[in-house]
Write a protein that binds this ligand. Structure first.
Ligand code: SF4
Length: 424
């Protein structure tokens, strides 16, 4: 979401006449886009800003700004906390960045704008995308779910869906600009509804945009993913065989305390439906350990459910209390050592499963969308399979941006290795 928002901000600033600097050393304005979903992310961005203070000492004309969820959450207080900051702009106020920047330049004032309006959808702004072959297209903003651990609804506001016509136009354009693999984005894409289209309807329509080749979407909420979405995924050839579906916990009791509104059994049923409809689908997830009140038995239920499902990959976290959320006030917080030990146990299991899943790919023939030369060797290319795995194979850089069929000949836990299939 933040990558997409950074590209959106680049679009707003480029319309106002600004140009992206080649590097931080040549920039006159440095803007940090921030995430507050975990304390670690927040600490890192504030540390980075403090570390850049010396640039301002050397050149007093440089402006430093903070945007994103930390800016939204902390607002004006950051200007007092970090003296090198010139402006702080929250998630609904990016349209005002050009005026804010020019005021800071002219008056040397320190400014903030953090009013949340719950309607801003940034229509009619075309993002300036980073170089590459994959593009993110935001279809909705905000969230109404209030999972008890999550700060997002407080900093991103209520759900609002972009007009489907704008979305289709943006996807068509991105495809024409060479981005053939599109990911639809939103905090909870399944509840998309612009008054005319529901999510499965939008999905069907976007999967038929002629200028693109692949379509994905993130993030889905297990309580909202419908049979209709699964049907569209299975039927539309451009929709890729990959779904990211956050599980969070395998304990009924903990899911209820998290306010997730599904049970482990319901989650498992969705997995079965997905695999019945698309036998080769890759499923990835987010899981949290050490949520307040999580007992050893709750944790074992999570561990066992992950063992049963065998995700292709999982993002695993220990619970991080976020001030202002319901769970941060729960009295039964779990000790750090226990959280860490549970997290390590889960990671060890998932690493084994991911390795096995990648080994199972050996011998398969898959299509790769080539993104770049591989980091390890300029004689190898790297790209993504339809089920979102990184694959490398020896070939020539002129294939970057094209679709290539390969046969998988080897695999590590992170990467598939292949050889190009020569079509006769
Ligand atoms: S669905 Fe829950 S976890 Fe996801 S953004 Fe909304 S409140 Fe946060």
């Amino acid at each position: 979401m933040n990558v997409a928002d950074s590209e959106l901000v680049a679009g707003i600033l480029s319309d106002a006449g600004y140009k992206k600097a080649e590097s931080i050393d040549s920039a006159d304005i440095i803007i940090f886009n921030s995430c507050t979903v975990r304390q670690h992310a927040e600490d890192r961005v504030l540390g980075r800003i403090t570390a850049e203070a010396t640039r301002k000492e050397q050149n007093t004309n440089i402006l430093i700004g903070l945007i994103g969820c930390v800016a939204q959450r902390k607002g004006e207080e950051l200007l007092n906390e970090i003296k090198s900051l010139d402006f702080v702009v929250g998630t609904d106020q990016y349209r005002h960045l050009p005026e804010i920047i020019s005021s800071c330049m002219n008056s040397k004032e320190h400014l903030f704008a953090d009013v949340q309006n719950n309607i801003e959808n940034y229509e009619n702004i075309y993002p300036v995308r980073n170089k590459g072959v994959n593009a993110f297209v935001t279809i909705m903003r905000g969230c109404n779910n209030f999972c008890s651990y999550c700060i997002v609804p407080y900093v991103r506001g209520r759900e609002r869906s972009r007009d489907h016509k704008e979305i289709l136009f943006e996807i068509e354009q991105a495809g024409n600009d060479g981005f053939k693999d599109i990911t639809l984005l939103g905090q909870n894409v399944n509840s998309y509804n612009d008054g005319k289209y529901t999510f499965p309807e939008l999905l069907k329509e976007t999967a038929r945009v002629s200028s693109i080749e692949r379509l994905r979407f993130v993030t889905s909420h297990p309580k909202d993913i419908s049979d209709e979405v699964i049907k569209v995924m299975a039927a539309e050839p451009k929709l890729c065989e990959h779904l990211h579906l956050p599980m969070q916990s395998g304990s009924d009791r903990i899911l209820e305390k998290m306010n997730r509104k599904y049970t482990p059994q319901k989650y498992l049923n969705i997995i079965h439906k997905l695999r019945n409809a698309m036998p080769n689908i890759a499923i990835t997830t987010d899981v949290m350990v050490g949520f307040p009140g999580e007992t050893e038995d709750d944790f074992i239920q999570t561990y066992n459910l992950m063992k049963e499902i065998r995700f292709d990959y999982a993002f695993m976290f220990k619970y991080s209390p976020r001030e202002g959320t319901a769970a941060a006030e729960y009295p039964d917080q779990i000790q750090e050592e226990i959280r860490l030990a549970r997290l390590q146990k889960l990671i060890d299991q998932q690493e084994r499963i991911t390795y096995e899943k990648y080994q199972e790919q050996i011998g398969r023939r898959v299509q790769v969308y080539v993104e770049k030369t591989s980091k390890k060797s300029d004689k190898e290319l790297s790209g993504r399979t339809r089920d979102n795995k990184i694959a490398v194979f020896p070939s020539d850089s002129k294939l970057i941006g094209t679709f290539v069929d390969i046969e998988i000949v080897d695999a590590t836990s992170w990467t598939l290795k292949g050889k190009q299939i020569q079509h006769t």
